[in-house]
Design a binder for this molecule. Structure first.
Ligand code: ADP
Ligand code: 5GP
Length: 199
């Protein structure tokens, strides 16, 4: 199953996902492609595939993306390879923006959509500045985008409010675990059990 995680920049998506990926088995992170410059703490191939504009545009022409969008003036996209090579029945976590979530929704895949909200605008501002990895002008542009992005919140299946980190992590993990128990996901496991009953 695809777990699409969306929320304004600084709402805590990467932090929450890092914990979930450490805690839960059978979950894989979809590494996006981006033209944005790498932050000091990031690693190519782990956090993103960092590419130049020409390469990104080549991939668009080759139809290599499930979805892509211009976010904060840079190109970001999820490659088909990231989503399809998901191993045996594992879940794939996508950290994508509202435009990307809209595109994935339109594909009608087996996906769960989660929106992460910060507890308040002031706190978002504080966290973005505190992260210390973006220049002030970039932080301002991200805050401006955040005001637009949050309007999409009611198109998502679940809302996680990232006030206390431990609770937000637990909530996302609960969403993933509950999604695995859906009838549609459980059918393959149920069949042999029913057969053992002679049913
Ligand atoms: P995103 O991936 O959504 O852009 P990050 O995960 O980078 O956001 O988080 C932005 C900043 O806020 C980081 O410095 C992170 O350590 C901090 N942060 C995340 N969650 C919390 C929280 N619940 N309480 C306080 N700080 C947080
Ligand atoms: P950042 O530059 O802070 O890592 O990410 C900026 C925004 O781009 C975030 O909202 C993040 O979710 C989004 N993003 C990251 N990867 C993708 C992607 O592959 N597709 C889309 N549409 N958005 C992405």
């Amino acid at each position: 199953m695809l777990i699409v995680v969306t929320g304004p920049s600084g709402s805590g998506k990467s932090t929450i996902l890092r914990h979930v990926l450490r805690d839960l088995r059978g979950v894989r992170f979809s590494v996006s492609h981006t033209t944005r410059p790498r932050r000091p703490s990031e690693k190519d191939g782990r956090d993103y595939h960092f590419v130049d504009r020409a390469e990104f545009e080549r991939k668009i022409r080759r139809n290599a993306f499930v979805e892509w969008a211009v976010v904060h003036g840079q190109l970001y996209g999820t490659s088909k390879r990231e989503v399809t090579s998901r191993g045996k029945g594992g879940d794939v976590l996508l950290d994508i923006d509202v435009q990307g979530a809209r595109q994935v929704r339109a594909l009608d895949l087996d996906a769960v959509f989660v929106f992460i909200l910060p507890p308040a605008f002031r706190e978002l501002k504080r966290r973005l500045a505190g992260r210390g990895e973006d220049k002030p002008a970039i932080v301002e542009s991200r805050l401006k985008t955040a005001r637009l992005e949050i309007k999409d919140y009611d198109r998502f299946d679940y809302i996680v409010i990232n006030d206390r980190l431990d609770r937000a992590v637990l909530e996302l993990e609960s969403i993933i675990l509950a999604s695995r128990c859906r009838l549609s996901e459980r059918k393959a496991q149920v069949r042999p059990i029913l057969r053992s009953f002679g049913a």
